[in-house]
Design a protein around this ligand. Structure first.
Ligand code: BEZ
Ligand code: FE
Length: 286
């Protein structure tokens, strides 16, 4: 076949993939071809626009290294990460809903004892988290690992600060009742890294880069799906316009303000502090 036109080119490419030995790869490549060609026809893509897109994707790749993953950020800001999350994590009664992992997770964070303060002396309003990990029916899961990470009061993660120690991140192991407890600080809203091509895309389209205040959790227990989620703080300005579309109603929590005085673990607090109690439900593998 030759002399392809706007329509026959699609059939020719589909045909070229028809002998792909792996049926799943065949399905993906043929569907990608259909959607990509339909998209170009739909917007009648011009050559300068195609060149600009190639330049954008090239810069996106060039921005990636072992600390920065601009392609995942692109996926996040296009809503693709949350679409894939929705496809792969259907809501299950009693199980906590999932959301994006984000770029600031670090494997094997330092294990801290029950009740530890992970704030590393960072400024901020103290928050006590009293969590429980259970299965979807509410049965406690002892010995689960709970990785927690969040930004500081200025909206930065430890990994964004040159030379910083592991700060506002830790791993806890749940006790016989599936519980874990820690001191941290109230998180604040922050902008996603917007000094690269994804930031240029947000600016060009009139979008802001902000995420509402949240604490990240990754919870793993033998025989269950690992839960990747956040808890978002109620009342945040950006709950309805999260730059990465990660907010779910069931993940919005309202830490309760407590008066100064003695807090959990015998800690003396000179100012008001916050308490957050939350149960996390894990799903069985599908
Ligand atoms: C985060 O919450 O850490 C995050 C998630 C997606 C993109 C950028 C940051
Ligand atoms: Fe985050």
């Amino acid at each position: 076949m030759r002399d392809f036109n706007q329509t026959t080119i699609t059939e020719a490419v589909l045909d070229r993939f028809a002998a792909t030995p792996d049926p799943r790869l065949r399905e993906i490549m043929q569907s990608l071809t259909r959607h990509l060609h339909d998209f170009a026809r739909d917007v009648q893509l011009t050559i300068p626009e195609w060149e600009r897109a190639v330049g954008f994707l090239t810069r996106t790749g060039q921005m990636c290294d072992d600390k920065r993953q601009e392609f995942i950020l692109l996926s996040d800001t296009l809503g693709l990460s949350m679409l894939i999350d929705a496809i792969n994590h259907p809501t299950e009664e009693g199980a906590t809903q999932t959301t994006v992992l984000g770029p600031f997770y670090v494997d094997n964070p330092p294990v801290r004892p029950d009740g530890a303060d992970i704030s590393g002396g960072e400024a901020g309003e103290p928050m006590w988290i009293d969590g429980q990990v259970t299965d979807a029916a509410g049965t406690p899961l002892a010995g689960s690992t709970v990785d927690v990470w969040q930004s500081d009061d200025d909206g930065y993660y430890d990994v964004q600060k040159p030379g910083a120690e592991a700060d506002l991140r830790a791993r806890f192991v749940t006790d016989a009742e599936g519980r874990f407890r820690l001191w941290s600080i109230l998180p604040s809203a922050y902008p996603i890294p917007d000094d690269g091509p994804v930031g240029d895309m947000l600016k060009a389209t009139g979008r802001h880069p902000w995420r509402p205040a949240h604490v990240h959790f990754m919870i793993a227990a033998e025989g269950f799906q690992t839960l990747v989620t956040h808890l978002f703080i109620d009342g945040d300005t950006y709950l309805d316009s999260d730059a990465v579309f990660g907010v779910k109603d069931s993940l919005i929590v309202a830490p309760v303000r407590q008066p100064a005085g003695e807090g959990p673990g015998g800690r003396r607090l000179d100012a008001d502090w916050y308490r957050l109690d939350h149960r996390f439900g894990l799903s069985k593998p599908r």
